[in-house]
Design a protein around this ligand. Structure first.
Ligand code: S3P
Length: 169
């Protein structure tokens, strides 16, 4: 195993599951957002504010090419990563891509509880948020479903289930 690459919408649990998988498999965990933040010494929210989404996507694309060259790693991508440039095809070349698929309602609940500031959903009312998630998922699923493996995480609520999933992968 050189690389397992986790993709999926915001709130799907990419970071949580990625960390658990890395312990389980003895691989190093990389979260692409954290990597960008440490390289730029700025938060994703600051980068969005300063350069807009377009600036962030260019930076994300170039940093992805650094992270996805490392070996024996679990990589958690940002929710939008597979949907820009040729990122999804590149990810499929670089490793075992796993789409963490979740129902909009599950994503919504996780995002409401989330502590990370996410520029794309900041300031949205609950009604706006669920509509936004549904609309974005529809646009993004064609990219996400190009992953080599899909794991439905809607019902996943504890670590034991993550272990089972590891076996499946
Ligand atoms: C984004 C998801 C975020 C982060 C940025 C944009 C998206 O990552 O990359 O805020 O477009 O879905 P997470 O999926 O880890 O929250």
């Amino acid at each position: 195993m050189k690389r397992i690459i986790l993709i999926g919408y915001m709130g799907a649990g990419k970071t949580t599951i990625g960390k658990a998988l890395s312990k389980e498999l003895g691989a190093t965990f990389y979260d692409l957002d954290w990597y960008i933040e440490s390289r730029m010494r700025k938060t994703v929210a600051q980068i969005f504010a300063e350069r807009g989404e377009e600036g962030f996507r260019k930076m994300e694309h170039s940093m992805l090419h650094e992270v996805a060259e490392f070996e024996n790693v679990i990589i958690s991508c940002g929710g939008g990563t597979p949907c820009f440039f040729d990122n999804m095809d590149y990810l499929n070349q670089q490793g075992l891509t796993v789409y963490l698929k979740a129902d909009p309602e599950v994503l919504y609940n996780h995002l409401l509880m989330g502590k990370v500031e996410r520029p794309l959903i900041k300031g949205k009312s609950p009604e706006e948020l669920i509509t936004f998630i549904r609309q974005q998922l529809e646009k993004r699923e064609p990219f996400y479903t190009k992953a080599k493996y899909t794991l439905d995480v809607s019902l996943m609520d504890n670590y034991e289930k993550i272990k089972i999933s590891v076996d499946k992968i």
